[in-house]
Design a protein around this ligand. Structure first.
Ligand code: ADP
Ligand code: MG
Length: 338
């Protein structure tokens, strides 16, 4: 059953959306001491701009940003010697990897099961055939795609403790989930250091800590899929929550009037084409949100929304190509907040 409310959103109208009270009220601590000033740190990792903004010392933010290098060197499929590189080049042999990689694989497998394989971390043999980054519009050879498809099967991954075994020829790609994990880890690091107010943006993966020092929620825009990067179609009020968006406008090329984008259907090996422009997931775990945003994009509006309605404390906003906005039942639209 689909409990979604549908509302047409217009380009110039920023609908304010308030999350379910449970999400909003979590962790609303009032600061007694005068808050430190807001600082930010900007870097480029995982092929995306990372902007960390928090009410804390600059040094602490710089330290948080520097941790991205460790994650890049551990989780990138192109960095030789990374956990992912080692798994992908093991030729069927078991590989021992970090706790980070195990945590990611466990959530990836859970998302695969929940979505019946719409999210599949073993999509790498197919993603390797597509090039969405060079700017050149080149279609892969269909025969290569057909040959790669039998190598996409998450049920073949074996995880025992910190050991991962993959049949020879299979490969993993954490691109659909890693930024969410790193967002969670950076937020946890800042929290441990006493930060109570922050807004971390990892290329569209946003996680917030607490409220702004004035007690208001963080206002986070969801991008208009047809607009520029800084043009929001609606605004979310977030307190200790994350919003992660998967869209067909992030990485793509166009050929003969067709847009080929980077979210691929594990069944066909081709970009998903189901009328969706983006899916945003709102919940507490950014890693889970990241996997679910990719999964729901592949599942499409009906099946994706049905999955979200089954999950506790997870909300979603689906935006179609014609800019219809569909909210899951726990998203409260509050038009009085602007
Ligand atoms: P973004 O990287 O823009 O945040 P996503 O989270 O949706 O967007 O991730 C897209 C990436 O996930 C792709 O670049 C690719 O590495 C990987 N991917 C593509 N299709 C799938 C899929 N069906 N299942 C799992 N991962 C995928
Ligand atoms: Mg994702």
């Amino acid at each position: 059953m689909n409990h979604s409310n549908s509302r047409r959103a217009f380009l110039r109208r920023a609908a304010a959306v308030v999350l379910a009270a449970a999400l909003l009220l979590a962790g609303c601590a009032a600061a007694e001491e005068p808050a430190p000033q807001q600082n930010s740190a900007v870097g480029f990792y995982f092929d995306t701009v990372i902007t960390l903004s928090a009410y804390c010392d600059q040094e602490l933010l710089d330290e948080a940003l520097a941790r991205c290098e460790y994650y890049e060197n551990t989780l990138s499929k192109t960095v030789e010697g990374s956990d992912v590189w080692n798994i992908n080049h093991a030729g069927g042999q078991p590989v021992t990897v970090s706790d980070d990689t195990i945590a990611l694989l466990e959530t990836a497998l859970r998302a695969s099961e929940l979505s019946d394989g719409a999210f599949d971390v073993t999509i790498a043999p197919v993603t390797a055939l597509w090039d969405f980054t060079s700017g050149e519009a080149v279609l892969p050879d269909d025969a290569d795609i057909q040959a790669a498809l039998p190598l996409v099967d998450y049920t073949q991954i074996k995880v025992e403790g910190n050991t991962v075994t993959l049949p020879a020829g299979m490969m993993i790609d954490l691109g659909g989930i890693a930024k969410g994990y790193i967002a969670d880890e950076l937020a946890a690091f800042l929290r441990e250091k006493g930060v109570t107010s922050a807004d971390l943006n990892l290329g569209g993966n946003v996680i917030t800590i607490g409220r702004k020092p004035d007690g208001t929620a963080w206002r986070i825009g969801v991008q208009n899929p047809h607009g520029s990067r800084d043009e929001s179609i609606l605004i979310l009020n977030l307190v200790d929550a994350t919003v992660v968006t998967s869209g067909n406008y992030e990485r793509y090329f166009e050929l003969d009037g067709v847009r080929y984008h980077h979210i691929l259907d594990p069944e066909t090996g081709y970009p998903v084409s189901n009328g969706l422009a983006s899916v945003s997931i709102i919940t507490q775990s950014s890693m889970y949100a990241d996997a679910l945003s990719t999964a729901c994009y592949v599942l499409g509006l009906e099946e994706g929304m049905a999955l979200i309605e089954e999950l506790e404390d997870v909300e979603a906003i689906f935006i179609t190509e014609d800019l219809e906005v569909h909210y899951s039942s726990g998203v409260v639209v509050n038009d009085s907040i602007n």
